[in-house]
Design a protein around this ligand. Sequence first.
Ligand code: T3D
Length: 222
Amino acid sequence: MRTDFQNMLVEQDESVVTLTMNRPDVLNATNTLMLEELTEAVEAAADDETIRCVVLTGAGRAFGAGQDLTEFGSTHAGNQPLKVSEHLAKYHRLILGICHMPKPVIAAIQGVATGISLNIALACDIRIAADNARLLEAFARIGLVPDGGGGYTLPRLIGLGRALEMATYRLIKELMYKSLDIDLQASLRLEGQLQEAAYATADHREAVDAFLHKRAVKFTGK
Ligand code: T3D
């Protein structure tokens, strides 16, 4: 299995491989390169017969701070609008890789796990949280619905009521209720449709801009 990643560490101890998201300066926020590397490592672990268990964790004081909002901000500021379906397909490949892994996948969570980082942990079979772990389904804070399968996994893990409490606004409610009656693939498709609408809102752009400029967000409901 390849180990020379830029944003990931890979360590194998006998039959257990530990994949460490390694951008501690930004709390392991997921940028495109890390997503590609993590996906490659997960898929390689699935096929590697010397590996019988996968541990997924983050370097430094956090598990992961979600999507890299600096990268998001430059995409929004550029001339090429984000192609939501292509963008989400990359996350879905990772989530399906974890969910279909033919051996146990354990998320070892220290510090913050938020947004897509939390939903990556939710796709794992087991989560082991340190005393300082903080799990935040923070998509609403940036005007998005939980993607990476969070609308499917979270209600199944903690119940619909608590999942809504962690995440609720209108599109999230739709995603979580409908996802109770459909399979993961169908839920990922629904998440893509709803996220397409959410990405187009002024509130989403405002929230990303507010984060980048370290100022309070002003939502307008648009
Ligand atoms: O694309 C898709 O469709 C997938 C969708 C994904 C959406 C999401 O993942 S939604 C969630 C996005 N993430 C967030 O909203 C979290 C943003 N971060 C925070 O709110 C805070 O950083 C934390 C609560 C996580 C931690 O706070 P604190 O005070 O412990 O640390 P900090 O000082 O805020 O962060 C440390 C550094 O990490 C800081 O950089 P600096 O100022 O030292 O240069 C900060 O800017 C950076 N950082 C933290 N989170 C992100 C980030 N940089 C880029 N993207 C981030 N998400």
